[in-house]
Write a protein that binds this ligand. Structure first.
Ligand code: FES
Ligand SMILES: [Fe+2]
Length: 381
């Protein structure tokens, strides 16, 4: 479709800004335009707290993992002092990437000319190149990225003037406290490529209308009572949330049995699932016996990766039947996520139409409307 020159003029978004009952979705170009995506990187991903992973992924000194935050490469590593630090994953010599995937290392060595950095980021060796006046190793450490954590959840922020993580999270930690998040550990991470814009995934997770249709043979078979379909809970923090009441665990496929309930749960949390979604890319599911995180990792205007992490209370890992039971939770992720991935792909294809066909937000998609408006709050002039 034709994309306006003045892409960030609020006049193009008046109907998105309308109250939800009269609002439209974002225009097509928000999901396809490289210019719109560039603005999101600048004004959103390089400004806010981005979830990158969990401390339990790197329990030992030298353990590390890598992440790309809207393309910006980061390495997160535990030092000999037990501290977790984040660095730009880019060599101080001529900028090569230095770390891939995850693992344990004595040092981080750049593959290009073997400049070598300690687990604290200090430059410790530059083979064939001697220190001299004007070139001291001490002046060329890996460049740090601000990292902060809530329980074991690790977040980075590229903005040197950013407000503390606690301000960004607001009352989210308090609202999740009943799940004893300090006791959780990550059991499995799995990455999917998705042929859609990152915002479509955030919307999909907050759209309860698609469940009987996209998940007709899976999620929709579970008995659900009192889903909050059209209202969202007030939050003090950069997130939206809904709560679904249902029988059993939302982390399992119908008919499966799993781990016991999380012992600390009380009140409504014993009878449903809490779905807070922190802007821009962290989708939580806190259910009665497990927790999952779906991380959206944009890779361009029309593509993204989705990283699905499964968490259980640490003491479940000690059970002899842990792996056997955990597989049932993974089966749920592996069955249901591809259904969403496919739906997001359909939507991306349709949004390439030469006209702006998408024209209606229903009363079951008001959280999508709230999210779209948050995006506009960040990117418009
Ligand atoms: S770019 Fe890393 S050692 Fe040369
Ligand atoms: Fe879904």
């Amino acid at each position: 479709m034709s994309v306006p020159q003045d892409l960030f003029d609020p006049a193009h978004y008046v109907s998105v800004r309308a109250p939800a009952e009269r609002a439209t979705p974002l225009p097509n170009w928000c999901y396809t335009s490289p210019d719109f995506y560039r603005r999101e990187v600048e004004r959103i991903f390089l400004k806010v707290w981005n979830y990158v992973g969990h401390a339990s992924q790197i329990p030992q000194p030298g353990d590390y993992f890598t992440a790309a935050v809207a393309g910006a490469p980061v390495v997160v590593i535990r030092g000999d002092d037990g501290e977790i630090r984040a660095f730009h994953n880019s060599c101080r010599h001529r900028g090569s990437r230095i770390a891939w995937d995850e693992g344990n290392c004595k040092n981080l060595t750049c593959p290009y000319h073997n400049w070598t950095y300690g687990r604290d980021g200090a430059l410790i060796a530059t083979p064939l190149i001697e220190e001299e006046d004007g070139f001291r190793h001490a002046d060329f450490p890996l460049l740090p990225v601000t990292l902060d954590r809530w329980a074991g959840f690790l977040f980075v922020n590229f903005d040197p003037d950013c407000a503390p993580l606690a301000d960004y999270l607001g009352d989210l930690p308090a609202n999740c406290g009943v799940y004893a998040p300090d006791t959780l550990a990550c059991a499995r991470r799995k990455t999917y490529s998705v042929a859609g814009n990152w915002k479509l995934y955030f919307e999909n997770y907050n759209d309860s209308l698609h469940i009987p249709f996209v998940h007709g043979g899976t999620l929709a078979r579970q008995s659900v009572k009192g889903r909050q379909r059209s209202t969202h809970e007030e939050t003090e923090g950069a997130y939206i949330t809904h709560f679904t009441r249902h029988e059993g665990s939302r982390g399992l496929l119908t008919g499966e049995t799993g781990f016991p309930k999380i012992e600390s749960l009380t009140g409504r949390y014993e009878t449903g699932t809490y779905y807070p979604c922190l802007y821009p890319t962290l989708l939580f599911g806190w259910t009665i016996d497990c927790v999952w995180i779906f991380e959206i990792r944009p890779t361009g205007p029309e593509t993204m990766d989705l990283v699905a992490s499964s968490f259980f209370p640490q003491d479940r890992f000690d059970r002899p039947d842990f792996e056997e039971i955990a597989q049932r939770y993974y089966a749920r992720v592996d069955t249901v996520l591809p259904e969403d991935n496919e739906a997001v792909g359909w939507q991306q294809e349709g949004l390439r139409a030469s006209v702006n066909a998408a024209a209606k937000i229903t009363h079951m998609e008001t959280l999508c409307h709230a999210f779209d408006n948050w995006v506009l709050d960040q990117v418009l002039d």
